[in-house]
Ligand binder design. Structure first.
Ligand code: MN
Length: 227
């Protein structure tokens, strides 16, 4: 038997300091994981449990590229986030086990069609058009460690827009992974974008977006004219 067309090539992340690649299976994203961002979005943090949306692995793009402003939006936003990548299986795990399953950490941009996300909120519909965007998950090279209180920041054309610390996260990495493992057989190839601090905003063609987390490779995106 043969495939009727060539299968899509697996997307992957670079790994800092090596030429190896981390193949990506699924991208989970945490909603409202910083109090100040939840407030700026007109919401509040749900302290009962973390909650999620997804981007398809097809949305992945490496840092450092120039990519077109996407179709279907007039309000495209950056969200700087810490990304955690799993290196071991995880199912119904406690936080200690979850922490040990981490392969590495990276800086990432959860690019968002804010207007389409708002449509979803207004009509109580899913957020897919707002969040699952071709080239809308920009993720830098993975490192094996990050400090739990590392600074996380983002600038647009050199102007600082987001500035917080990972210690501001409502749900820590082990808490998120433990909780998510009650719903999925998580494993190597699964990555989680852990939410964005306050200061999100729109970008336009020509803008240069530069995000950083202390100790990790920077993540950079330059937007070109719409396709
Ligand atoms: Mn986000």
């Amino acid at each position: 038997m043969a495939y009727v067309f060539p299968p899509t090539q697996t997307k992957s992340l670079q790994i800092e300091g090596t030429s190896d690649l981390y193949p990506v299976r699924r991208i989970f994203c945490v909603g409202r994981n910083y109090v100040a961002h939840a407030v700026e979005m007109g919401g509040e943090v749900d302290r009962e449990a973390p909650w999620y949306f997804m981007k398809s692995a097809e949305a992945l793009a490496p840092s450092g590229q120039t990519l077109p402003y996407p179709p279907g939006t007039a309000n495209y936003h950056y969200e700087m986030e810490m990304v955690v990548a799993l290196g071991a299986d995880l199912f119904k795990a406690d936080t200690a086990v979850a922490e040990n399953a981490v392969y590495g950490y990276a800086g990432g941009l959860d690019m968002t069609r804010r207007d389409r996300q708002q449509d979803g909120k207004d009509h109580r519909r899913p957020w897919d058009l707002g969040k699952d965007i071709e080239h809308g998950a920009i993720i830098a090279a993975l490192s094996r460690k990050v400090a739990p209180d590392a600074r996380i920041h983002l600038s647009v054309n050199g102007a600082l827009r987001q500035d917080a610390t990972l210690a501001d996260m409502v749900w820590s990495v082990p808490e998120v992974l433990s909780h998510l493992s009650n719903y999925y057989h998580l494993g190597p190839g699964d990555i989680v974008m852990t939410g964005t601090p306050a200061g999100v905003g729109p970008v336009v063609a020509g803008d240069v977006i530069l995000g950083g987390i202390d100790g990790l490779a920077p993540v950079e995106l330059t937007l070109s004219e719409p396709e």
